[in-house]
Design a binder for this molecule. Structure first.
Ligand code: 0CJ
Ligand code: F3S
Length: 321
């Protein structure tokens, strides 16, 4: 029998990473343990479906802690917060649960350590993204944000022999290395981070897309438009040879015209995307003749993070029913 002409390549790993899983479970357990409403500062993770589902269950998402009633419970999102936000919460007597991903916290520690040692820190990341606001907020006087190639020219340091670069966790691996090489052109003694700041989940998802993209006429990435790591997957797919690539929140957003003349559709999803949304997309594609699915596996992820300590303490104290 000849191979089907229409097929789907499904990237693995895709979807939820350990930090997102932990953050979403944290909010679910907070709802169960303390009851609604539970306040969450910013979107717990950058995914429309996750946010809407939690909102329906009694979560109130706020932009800042001053919108949370005095003494109430607030969860900090996976992307992390600056010490100033912790302080504002303390001033309002808020009870807090910090769902910052441990791999973001690791970068916060690096900023604190190198600021203490009097380094100039060049933080590669996207201007305005919550994660870089939190990370830079650990030592605003020592950190300069480098987003675009133009930003590289604007950097000014006190001592070129004492400069280090760190980064947001959800960047394009290749684009970041480009930025680092530009920075090294200006500062040859620029130090590398003690360990990779772009996290395992971000780099694994990009690697999987790179493996399948050259065979794809179209790559569909499930993810929200404010999700940095999801958007990077579209860029990586195009750079790796996919003829077209689009980001969609839901299967219903796929334009049927994108399938014109397409034999192979690649499918993946960002680290904040529940796999049910990918399954919906596969069902949608199946209805249009793309029922043959081959999974392209480039890594097996086994990382799991413990829940935040504040929550673990209260879960332990709560009698079993
Ligand atoms: O920054 C993080 C801790 C990543 C969280 C997971 O992804 P998402 O989509 O919520 O956030 P990014 O915009 O950072 O990719
Ligand atoms: Fe953490 Fe990376 Fe996920 S930083 S939240 S493991 S995308």
């Amino acid at each position: 029998m000849s191979a089907p002409t229409k097929r789907v390549l499904l990237a693995k790993p895709r979807g939820y990473c350990a930090g997102v899983d932990r953050a979403v479970i944290t909010v679910e357990k907070a709802l169960e343990t303390y009851g609604a409403p539970v306040y969450v500062r910013k979107e717990i993770v950058h995914n429309k479906h996750v946010v809407e589902t939690l909102r329906e269950r009694g979560v109130i998402f706020v932009d800042e802690t001053d919108e949370v009633p005095e003494g109430a419970l607030v969860v900090f999102s996976a992307h992390g917060v600056s010490p100033a936000v912790h302080q504002q919460a303390a001033e309002r007597n808020l009870r807090t649960i910090d769902a910052t991903c441990p791999l973001v916290t690791k970068v916060h520690y690096e900023v604190k350590r190198f600021a203490k040692d009097d380094y100039d820190i060049l933080l590669i990341g996207h201007e305005g993204h919550e994660e870089v606001e939190g990370t830079a907020g650990e030592a605003p006087e020592s950190v300069q944000l480098v987003d675009t190639a133009e930003d590289v020219d604007k950097v000014a340091v006190r001592d070129p022999s004492k400069v280090i670069w760190l980064s947001q966790t959800t960047l394009s691996v290749d684009e970041t290395m480009e930025r680092v090489n530009q920075l090294k052109g200006r500062f040859p003694d620029l130090q590398d981070p003690p360990s990779d700041d772009i996290c395992y989940a971000t780099s694994n998802r990009q690697f999987a897309v790179k493996a399948m993209a050259p065979e794809c006429d179209l790559v569909l990435v499930v993810g929200s438009t404010n999700s940095s790591n999801s958007k990077r997957l579209v860029e990586v797919a195009l750079q790796a040879g996919a003829r077209a690539s689009y980001l969609v929140d839901f299967a219903s957003e796929v334009d049927e015209a994108w399938l014109d003349g397409v034999d192979t559709v690649g499918v993946t999803s960002g680290a904040s995307v529940p796999d049910t949304l990918v399954m919906d997309l596969l069902a949608w594609l199946d209805e249009r003749g793309y029922g043959h699915v081959d999974e392209v596996t480039t890594a097996n992820e086994k990382i799991v993070f413990a829940l935040p300590k504040e929550l673990r303490r209260d879960l332990k104290a709560k009698p079993a029913v």
